[in-house]
Every structure is written in structure tokens, then in C-alpha cells.
Ligand binder design. Structure first.
Ligand code: SAM
Length: 230
């Protein structure tokens, strides 16, 4: 089915509330376990950047799973960050997680580079998807694990409706609307490979990891490092 873009920022109050109150434990725990499988030798420590952290559910789960890291979460929507700050406070993680309001690609962040870059469900929101890959290259250290999970655009309208029925039947209307719009705005693996090629990140892998998610992952090496290892 044809891709239909959706708005970038989630700054409507009712939209942010519905998202923050939804139970994303299954996909978000999956995010953490897939990161571990993608980087099994990594004893992750240091500074992690979460691009488009929203209400910080992934950020909090990731911080709990990797106790030696600190995380800077960045998002352009104050409505989402308000719920994120509450989540960080109630998890008692204020010492390890900072949430920053900034709009990609123009963000000014507290650090100039990070030991890992993660992002969940953000790529399909961006008006220009290359903003995400440019951000990964701008803020990831050489050798940093990069782990990006996003929705997978269904092949047909029937599949899309079935996913909404299966995963959002009892959700508030606004969440159902957003899930449906997000599935429509998501990318297919071949489109992601073209983006990675254009960004000079063709060494990254693209894997479908569920009926509605895919993951792009790899280590960030400079062009010189990639060229000399061939
Ligand atoms: C579907 S939410 C995902 C939130 C979080 N990563 C999660 O998995 O729960 C997408 C988030 O990306 C943010 N976003 C979209 N475009 C952005 C941009 N250009 N700069 C900063 N944040 C952006 C939205 O405001 C929203 O909070």
C-alpha cells in the first residue's frame, strides 16, 4: 500500500495522554531484548541518546536493563515530555535520565557525542527520514551501537485494519487513529535500505522482527573505517 505521511510532533494533549497511558510493555520490552541480541558482547556503559523519546517508556526500560548507562532523551513535543518526566520521576531515575525538548535536526544537546543511539517509533513521523540517519551520524561515536525500531507498513488496507483490530481494539479513539496513521506512514524494508545507502550506512542491517515492527541496527563506523576494512 502507498505510504501516507503523518504529522511529526505529538503535541496534542489528549494524544500524548492516550499514548503515555497505553500498555506498550510487550513491544518496548522486545526493543530491549532485541538490542541485547543485536549487540551480545556489549556491556553497555556511558551515554546513550534516545531520539524522539516521547513519554520515555522505552527510555526507562532501557535504563533499567543497562544500569551502567545514562540516557539523554530528546523530543520536540512538550506534551509527550511532560508525561516522560513523570515516568522518569516515578521510576526514580532522575539521576540517570535527562529529557530535553528539542526539534530534530536542529537540536542542541548536552553532549557532542554518545556511546549508543537508540530510537523507537520515530522514523515514520519525520517529514524527511534522512534527518534520523543524519542525527545518528552526528551524535554517535565511532563504533557506537545504533538501534532503531519502527513500525512496518502493511502490504494492504486489509492487513492494516487487522493489526488495528488485533492491537488497538479497546484503545481510545485517538490512539486507534494514531496507530492507523503510523502504520500508513511507516516504511518497507526496501525503502529503508535505500535511505541507508544514501546516508552512507549501508552496512546496517534491516530485519523484520514482528508482524508490525522492523529494526535497523549496526555499529557506526566512519566511511574511512568501512572502506579500509573491505
Ligand atoms: C510514536 S512517538 C514514540 C515515542 C517513544 N520513542 C516511544 O517509543 O514510546 C514519536 C515521537 O517522536 C517525536 N518526534 C517526531 N518528529 C520529531 C522531530 N523532528 N524532532 C523531535 N521529536 C520528534 C514526537 O513528538 C513523538 O513524541
Amino acid at each position: 500500500m502507498q505510504r501516507v505521511p503523518e504529522p511529526e510532533l505529538m503535541d496534542e494533549e489528549d494524544q500524548a495522554k492516550a499514548y503515555a497511558e497505553a500498555d506498550f510493555s510487550e513491544p518496548h520490552d522486545h526493543f530491549v531484548s532485541l538490542f541485547r541480541s543485536a549487540f551480545p558482547d556489549d556491556t553497555l556503559a556511558g551515554a546513550v541518546l534516545d531520539l524522539g523519546c516521547g513519554s520515555a517508556d522505552v527510555t526507562v526500560r532501557f535504563a533499567r536493563a543497562f544500569p551502567n548507562c545514562r540516557i539523554d532523551g530528546v523530543d520536540g513535543a512538550e506534551a509527550m515530555l511532560g508525561f516522560g518526566r513523570k515516568a522518569v520521576r516515578s521510576a526514580g531515575l532522575e539521576q540517570r535520565i535527562r529529557l530535553i525538548r528539542a526539534y530534530l535536526p536542529d537540536a542542541t544537546l548536552p553532549l557532542t557525542s554518545y556511546d549508543a543511539v537508540i530510537s523507537n517509533s520515530v522514523l515514520h513521523h519525520l517529514a524527511d527520514p534522512m534527518v534520523l540517519w543524519a542525527s545518528v551520524k552526528r551524535w554517535g561515536k565511532s563504533g557506537a551501537p545504533i538501534f532503531i525500531m519502527d513500525l512496518l507498513r502493511p502490504e494492504s488496507e486489509e492487513q492494516l485494519n487487522e493489526l488495528v483490530r488485533q492491537y488497538a481494539a479497546d484503545a481510545p479513539e485517538v490512539l486507534k487513529r494514531d496507530f492507523s496513521n503510523s502504520l500508513r506512514a511507516a516504511y518497507r524494508p526496501d525503502e529503508l535500505r535505500a535511505q541507508l545507502e544514501a546516508a552512507g550506512l549501508a552496512s546496517f542491517s534491516v530485519n523484520i522482527v514482528s508482524d508490525r515492527h522492523l529494526v535497523v541496527s549496526g555499529r557506526l563506523f566512519s566511511q574511512e573505517t568501512i572502506a579500509s576494512s573491505r
